[in-house]
Ligand binder design. Sequence first.
Ligand SMILES: Cc1cc2nc3c(=O)[nH]c(=O)nc-3n(C[C@H](O)[C@H](O)[C@H](O)COP(=O)(O)OP(=O)(O)OC[C@H]3O[C@@H](n4cnc5c(N)ncnc54)[C@H](O)[C@@H]3O)c2cc1C
Length: 482
Amino acid sequence: MDYVIVGNGIVANTIAFRLTRKITPQDTLTIIGRTARPGSATLAAGAMLNSFAEIDAHSLQSDTDLYHFELSHLATRMWPTFERELIDAAGEYLPSGCAKCEIQSGGGCFGLGTYIINNTAADDSDDNNFDAIVTALKNFNEQFDFVNPRDIPNYFPAQKSRATRALYIHNEGWLNPRLVMEKLDAILTNHPRVKVRDATAERFFKSGSRVSTVQLDSGEMIEGDIFLLACGASVSKVLVKSMLEIDVQPVFYGTGVSLEIMSEEFPHRNCVRTPNRGGACGIYSVPYFWDPGTNNNHILIGASNFISPTPVNFGRLGSIEHLMKSAIEEINGNFYKAELIRTNVGWRPTTQDTFPLLGKTSIDNFIIASGTKRDGFHLSPVISDYITRILLNEPVDERFKCFAPERPLIRSLSREAAVEIIVSGLMSEQYQHGYLPSNIRMNAQVRETYRQDIEKLHDRIGATDWGIPPEMVNMYRNGHAH
Ligand SMILES: Cc1cc2nc3c(=O)[nH]c(=O)nc-3n(C[C@H](O)[C@H](O)[C@H](O)COP(=O)(O)OP(=O)(O)OC[C@H]3O[C@@H](n4cnc5c(N)ncnc54)[C@H](O)[C@@H]3O)c2cc1C
């Protein structure tokens, strides 16, 4: 078989990796993607391996939500072994930073332990989301401790933004995504059955009922037997050009900015983060280790989120300013003298219904893996396992079909719930940006104005018995989602 994978982010490359473990010497695997990885969400990620830390007051309500969480929880448990597998597979090609890996002794570019802080920098949605995390940790019997915020290493917030509660989740950790990608590149470029093409895929062509070729930007045609489309937020662009007559919901560009800083005296060993805020991930700092031999004082600060139907290549000054200010005020005042090493901009692949697109299409040899939004890095050991089995026609959990690319939109929110969540998210956003109502009545008035606006939007698009996913408000408002 000749397998062709379009895309070279964490999703495509972990699938390619798993495929190399299973293909026969007669098979080939071609991976198409620019070496520079334009718009790569993977290279902008933390990458935090969070599942409980991502829960908010409205999570885990539907069967699909619960199944998604089950996969996320499974991914947390898979990462240590998966990372070990990557190191072993890279062998003599292991990047120098990874060659001295201390994974087994708890050091190196992988670590466990996430602190969740509940502070007063935004509004009481943070309290509700913090409570929801605690409830889920208890219900699922996950190891955690309440901690005194003052005992969190390298946590020095501004007085007005200090946390009143905090907890520590033992098994949720982090990785440096750039090192993981270096390792995957080393494995794949040196594999005898793999061809890596530094190119962009323009469109697919069908022959009869099957996809037969993909055209590169150079005009070259690549033939294959089985095709996987896994190019992150750009999958819709390729699908539209390809005119394959399959009905796949749009994937939008969830532009996210993160900042790599060097903070000499305040290296981190754990993630420190707020709960989710207003449909985004709040503010966080993640250790950003390069190798065990260096002074590991690099930290990643994240992250903003701006959803758009077209790619955005650069971070907005407003997003960058907000990240810097929030990190200094809410996590460590000493970051004011940290050095800014790099500004990352990545496109989170965000579907219209906000659930991932994973699996076979109605074209038998055409598979899609995208739409992972905020946790595709973390989920990649699980996604790569399941998609590889699908590529090889092996059985997978039947429930995974709920993410089939041509599914009808999953509408897991009622209109009432959506309006409430969206209004709360907008209020939280205002508070994060310094909103100060003159009195309690003004607050009620602002809330009511938002509520009326969101109700009207639901009426206008005919959402009488379903709710708009909070991230998608502007896409519906501006006619990009229907
Ligand atoms: C700021 C930020 C922080 C994040 N933090 C986390 C986190 O802490 N934990 C977590 O789990 N997730 C996090 N995420 C989300 C995570 O990064 C994504 O879910 C995941 O990386 C998506 O992987 P992907 O391979 O689908 O897409 P990408 O990483 O975007 O990869 C797609 C690749 O395909 C290439 N490509 C595009 N078009 C074509 C084409 N036509 N032909 C060939 N190649 C093409 C692109 O150049 C790119 O290299 C974060 C994202 C951002 C932006």
